[in-house]
Ligand binder design. Sequence first.
Ligand code: DGY
Length: 320
Amino acid sequence: MNKPVLLITRRVPAAIAARAARDYDARLNPQDTPYSGADLLRLANGADAVLCTPTDRLDAAMIQALPASVRVIATFSVGHDHVDDAAAQARGIAVVNTPDVLSVATAELAFLLILAAARRAGEGERLVRSGHWTGWAPTQLMGTQVSGKRLGIFGMGRIGRELARMAAAFSMQVHYRDVARLPPELEGGAIWHDDDASFLAASDVLSLHAPGNGVTRKWLNAERIAGLPRGAVVVNAARGTLVDDEALIAALRTGQVGYAGLDVYDGEPAIHPGYRALEHVVLLPHLGSATTETRDAMGHIVLDGIDAVLAGREPGNLVR
Ligand code: DGY
């Protein structure tokens, strides 16, 4: 019997490529060159499933143009803002993603950004590498301590809750903003705010963990930034679209925001050029889930989802 055809748009970890090749007629991309929309459509010809990533854009027009053979779109990510779920649903195409398995890795990365930004690790690393470091000095590269400060988490989903758990080890008081208050067992002592003003005022460190969509677009704008305590630390390991870049850059210049750590960018891999000129911003290339363990787990859960859809079962990781 012929194996179902699976198009995988980017290079995936070896174990995932091997599993895909075992179970599918897998169209792999070992060169890892991002496909244009036209390439993706051509390569999807006759495919039963498409495994895409956040670097692919499956908007309504693309989804309408997909061959009739495609029954499932799987994204190698928890975020699915690059896939038009409604358009897929309208065509009867299931969408699956990678929930849960990347929460710890992404929270670790957010915490790395908090510490790196607050303690000026980027500047320090560049100084040592430059060969211009002249030795210890009492006032050199002083940052701000995060232990004992208030951490504001915007979006208290799985990743936000992992970050809250880690913050406890730094004696941080956790505040959060979400559409609804969590049950006590999930809240874990964190303080819920039902309005932006009180939440922002309590965020010495603000970490963004909401999904990217029309509601959260440019949520962190000039008005909200003005509501933060002066000199706050701002971190974004969620989606670049959550931040109004012009407003954040302006606030970093005035000192309203003291330090920032960014892993994601609106329009990435292009980034607002203003960030590059600011030494007190730590810039990472979308590494949130980039650990060997996590990327393997993401590959397995996404293949589980494809297997389920093609076998006529409801996958546990169906995007609704
Ligand atoms: C996601 O999963 O949405 C991340 O941004 C990539 O791991």
